[in-house]
Design a protein around this ligand. Structure first.
Ligand code: HAM
Length: 441
């Protein structure tokens, strides 16, 4: 077989199902979102934490919960064989979320011993083997934050819950997301939930056979999970089940009332949703999601979070109440794009300040030198090649830059340049000393 036939026979390789590439026409919006979030988090006193992308499987089994969809069916897990006699084989998992890893790091680095409230944020990829669709991927990005610390640091205060929610409202507003809705609930303390679970079991027992097989199993193993079932046929039965709000003890009820009062004082609107129990087992008391009506279709949860007062102890750490959230960055971007489209505006990256077009190859070196000076002055500049036809230079320049600088023999010898602005069609001559200032938007 000839070399070319061999090459032809090979199938082209593609990104794995549920993963995707973000190309340079998309990444500016991602960077803008991330930069806005970082700047806002800094104003609220958060610092960045970066935890590993894979952890022991046991961390998620204990933290997120064996019975959750995430742990029971969606994790990318593999057996890491021992490579040396000193090493043990262990089961590892690509992180499906970051809260468990952050709390593990909190325990491992004894951050609680500082006595101070830890306000930590992260931005990074997560992995879940879900059925891919719009807004749902197998590798997706989260922008999240956790507030955690010993009780003496105020980590349990309802003010923390309200501050997180107010911060999220400010972030979505600052990013220009319209029509978001904050869905809010309290799932009570672990003691409240023992009573609520008993009531749920009792209510589920006579109707169990009418539910889908997944919900029948959940009714046995973890009845709370029935509440976040999306199964269409089961919805009426689920809506008629007892509500957690009626089973909150006085402390949980008072805590939730104070969260709501602080939100009212800040003018952050919310919608109480008694079925919002969330798909992870570590939640206690406040749980929430922000949803949007445009751009996401059925995957309308832009972000989710809540309190997890017992998670540190579940992972073998000290008592360390906490609350946090994770924004689905992919979904945030889809929403921004859909809302911009509906508005007739654009999320496309801005054009470069200038395109330097040498008229013949003889001006190439001078063109690169000019581009260097302008870039040093802070302008964004692309440089062409003198072998391009002038027409072609104009066409390329028009797609990538706001202005074109023509560089012929005269321009190089006089250091006076011809600059055309595409938006207005205006063409002017500018001496090199004034060029950087004149090209600025
Ligand atoms: P979660 O609700 O599982 O919570 O995920 C948070 C957000 O991540 C979702 O609202 C959604 O926007 C996004 N997301 C989840 N799965 C996918 C997917 N397959 N494709 C695209 N986006 C997705 C957590 O992960 C918790 N760790 C949040 C938290 C932090 N709770 C307390 N602290």
């Amino acid at each position: 077989m000839t070399e070319s036939k061999k090459t032809q026979a090979r199938p082209t390789l593609k990104a794995v199902r549920g993963t995707r590439d973000l190309l340079p026409d998309q990444t500016p919006l991602w960077n803008h979102v991330e930069a806005t979030a970082r700047a806002l988090f800094a104003r609220y006193g958060f610092g960045e934490i970066r935890t590993p992308i894979f952890e022991t499987t046991e961390l998620f089994a204990r933290g997120v919960g064996e019975e959750t969809d995430i742990v029971s069916k969606e994790m990318f897990t593999w057996e890491d064989r021992a490579r040396a006699a000193s090493e043990k084989a262990q089961s590892l998992t690509l992180r499906p979320e970051s809260t468990a890893g952050v709390v593990r790091a909190y325990i491992e680095h004894k951050l609680g011993e500082t006595g101070q409230l830890q306000k930590l944020y992260y931005i990074g990829p997560q992995f879940r083997r879900e059925r891919p669709q719009r807004g749902r991927y197998r590798q997706f990005w989260q922008i999240g934050a956790e507030v955690i610390g010993p009780q003496s640091s105020g980590s349990e205060s309802p003010l923390r819950d309200a501050e997180i929610l107010e911060m999220l409202a400010s972030l979505l507003d600052e990013l220009g997301i319209r029509d978001w809705c904050l869905e809010l609930n309290s799932v009570g303390s672990s003691e409240d939930r023992v009573r609520y679970n008993a009531a749920l079991r009792e209510a589920l027992a006579p109707i169990k056979d009418q539910l889908c097989p997944d919900n029948q199993r959940r009714a046995e193993t973890n009845p709370l999970r029935v509440l976040d079932s999306k199964d269409e046929a089961d919805q009426d039965l689920i809506n008629a089940l007892p509500k957690i709000a009626d089973y909150l003890g006085p402390e949980s009820a008072a805590h939730f009332a104070q969260v709501l009062a602080a939100l009212d004082a800040c003018g952050v609107a919310y919608h109480l949703n008694p079925r919002l129990v969330r798909g992870l087992d570590y939640y206690t008391r406040t749980t929430f999601e922000f949803t949007v009506t445009t751009g996401l279709g059925t995957q309308n949860a832009l972000l989710g979070g809540g309190r997890y007062d017992g998670l540190s102890e579940m992972l073998g750490g000290p008592k360390a109440p906490g609350i946090g959230f994770a924004i689905g960055e992919d979904r945030l971007i889809l929403t921004l794009q859909a809302q911009a489209e509906a508005n007739g505006t654009s999320t496309a990256p801005p054009k470069l300040d200038a395109y330097v077009a040498p008229l013949t190859p003889a001006q190439n070196p001078a063109a690169l030198a000019l581009a260097r000076n302008l870039r040093t002055a802070g302008l964004s500049v692309e440089v062409g090649d003198g072998s391009f036809k002038l027409r072609k230079s104009f066409d390329i320049a028009d797609t990538v830059a706001r202005q074109i600088i023509l560089l012929g023999e005269d321009e190089v010898s006089t250091s006076i340049y011809t600059v055309k602005t595409f938006a207005t069609g205006e063409q002017v001559k500018i001496p090199s000393a004034d060029l950087a200032a004149k090209l600025n938007p």
